[in-house]
Ligand binder design. Structure first.
Ligand code: FES
Length: 576
């Protein structure tokens, strides 16, 4: 082992410093957990960063997973130490888990940097736990590997697939138009959550798992393995072995996360029909590792990429089907002519070399480039006077006939206003209206809530209307669908033009030409702006106060401004 450790390990500053007193202190207290002395004799120390929490049900199995990672670390000659970081469950946290992504990233960053770690394994699952921990790890830039916790088994209700999340968005329609009873609902609850794991649609959690695999931060094939499949445990163990080698090779995050790796990830996200949340998370990760990425690039690089994966919400299958059909390696192999070839991944090989033998076992689930499920599937980025810094729409989840639309705005000033009035029979709205929601951006909500896919008014659902144009400064769950324009930047709460829209104004959506325009004269907009006042922050203390004062707009990734930029693992002072 001494032979391999030519580069001095970071942990040796704690365990084998010149100062014998420091060495004694650092080793002695740890040894109360029963470690033999040779644990501290130049073996790579691996932190297992665990987002396990019973309040994050999608990550509820990760405590067990850590044991498999430990096996692998020990087998490879390393020393594992598991530590917890802030976990974010998408379903339970109020006002929105996204508010806490940056907090968890700070927790991850400081926990890694402050401790005697040489390498890190990130155990992730539910939506925000992946970007948060990757962002934090990027700010330290040690060798790091991700073990995605895996999706739940397919939801099955009365013989039919039901996708977590996606089914929820269909519920109102089912109750109103299909006689869905309370008993049906209760039965469907458990049918859509059959096992440990995260949402099994191509929602945000699955998108994030595909993102880290396509960035090269996992071992090949990691993303789609279901949480309860024994191969996931093997993946955890092999990742434990591999991180020890990565430390010895000094394969740091910044060597994997190159501009080319980000470009590959954008293209692969388009091919799998990934969530719009991918945008804010990838921008934030790029910011942390020091790569300049522009919102427009999600369109220029991704929008012409064909859809190769037939998963809800864009299609009809689920993650277990995706895994059975060969998973992400098939997509990467199929996409190889579009991808950068020489990007290194966590196992030391290139993304292309890792996946050359992958083939689709089910053409209904993973298509070929010649016969895709949709010709152009990536995210479209819109500009116009309503969104000077951009807005996004996911064409694969939208209604083709609505992609070019002109309609009268029906404005909801807040989410509470929307909830109180959307089902009012007297609300002046029809299927050609454009629903506009304000106050749900990073500063306004705060935390940029997933409410952009506003449910349609009851009276229109009863008429059989399935989709309408909706616009907001918020986000949308990756499991959702519809002609929904999201991430309008600048947001209304900081004085973006969205704040000035009034019911009755005409809005023009033109996705083919990437335009979103409010047809109101500039002089009238200036008049409205002169009397506009920013809303009072709902909370003005603690982390939320720090967040609203420093969060960037969505087109920059909604990170806190002081966290952006390259950092390092250096700590200038000893422990005292
Ligand atoms: Fe956790 Fe969907 S709620 S992944």
């Amino acid at each position: 082992m001494a032979e391999e450790n030519k580069k001095k390990l970071r942990s040796e500053d704690w365990f084998n410093p010149k100062d014998e007193k420091s060495a004694f202190i650092h080793r002695s207290w740890l040894r109360n957990q029963g470690y033999p002395n040779d644990y501290f004799e130049g073996r790579p120390v691996i932190g297992i960063c665990n987002t396990w929490s019973e309040l994050t049900p999608c990550n509820g199995h990760l405590r067990d997973f850590a044991e498999y990672v430990k096996r692998g670390v020990l087998e490879a000659g390393g020393v594992p130490f598991e530590f917890p970081v802030t976990s974010m469950g998408e379903i339970l946290m109020r006002p929105t888990a996204m508010l806490f992504r940056n907090l968890a990233s700070m927790d991850t960053e400081e926990s890694i940097r402050a401790n005697p770690l040489d390498g890190v394994v990130l155990l992730t699952g539910c939506d925000k736990t992946t970007p948060a921990t990757v962002m934090g790890a990027c700010s330290v830039d040690l060798p790091t590997i991700v073990v995605p916790g895996g999706p739940m088994l397919n939801g099955k209700y009365k013989g039919e697939r039901i996708g977590s999340g996606t089914f929820v968005w269909q519920l109102k329609d089912k109750i109103k138009n299909e006689g869905f009873t309370k008993e049906d609902q209760i039965e469907a609850e458990i049918c859509s959550a059959r096992s440990a794991g995260h949402c099994m649609t191509m929602g945000t959690a699955s998108t994030m798992a595909c993102m880290v695999e396509s960035l090269g931060l996992t071992l090949p094939g990691a993303a789609a393995i279901p949480a309860v499949d024994s191969r996931k445990k093997v993946l955890a163990q092999l990742s434990g072995r591999r991180i020890v080698e990565m430390v010895r090779e000094d394969l740091k995050l910044s060597k994997i996360l190159t501009r080319e790796a980000f470009e590959n990830a954008i293209k692969i996200n388009a091919a799998v029909g990934g969530s719009t949340n991918f945008i804010v998370h990838l921008l934030a990760i790029a910011g942390r590792i020091g790569i300049k990425l522009d919102l427009k690039e999600f369109d220029t690089l991704g929008s012409k990429i064909p859809l190769l994966v037939n998963l809800m919400p864009s299609g009809k299958f689920l993650m277990e089907d995706f895994f059975d059909a060969g998973g992400l390696p098939v997509v990467i192999n199929e996409m190889k002519e579009h991808l950068h070839k020489d990007v290194v991944t966590a196992n030391g090989k290139s993304l292309i070399d890792n996946n050359t033998s992958a083939e689709s076992y089910n053409a209904e689930v993973i298509a070929t480039l010649d016969q895709p499920f949709m010709e152009e599937a990536g995210i479209a980025v819109l500009y116009g006077n309503l969104c000077e810094d951009g807005a996004v729409i996911k064409p694969s989840a939208a209604t083709p006939e609505l992609m070019t639309h002109r309609g009268k705005a029906v404005v909801f000033e807040t989410i509470e206003d929307f909830l109180a009035s959307v089902d009012d029979p007297d609300l002046d709205i029809d299927e050609n209206s454009v629903m506009v929601l304000k106050g749900v951006g990073p500063v306004g909500y705060p935390g940029m809530a997933e409410v952009g896919n506003m449910e349609l008014p009851e009276k229109l659902i009863k008429k059989g209307i399935k989709d309408m144009v909706r616009i907001s400064d918020g986000r949308m769950s990756g499991t959702a669908f519809g002609t929904v324009v999201l991430h309008v930047s600048p947001e209304s709460s900081v004085g973006g033009v969205l704040a000035l829209v009034q019911s009755g104004d005409t809005i023009v959506l033109d996705v083919p030409n990437r335009k979103l325009h409010l047809e109101v004269e500039e002089a009238e907009l200036q008049k409205r702006k002169a009397v506009w006042t920013p809303p009072e922050p709902p909370v003005d203390r603690g982390y939320t106060s720090l967040y609203t004062k420093t969060v960037q707009q969505s087109h920059l990734g909604a990170d806190l401004d002081f966290l952006v930029g390259k950092s390092s693992a250096d700590v200038t002072r000893d422990a005292h």
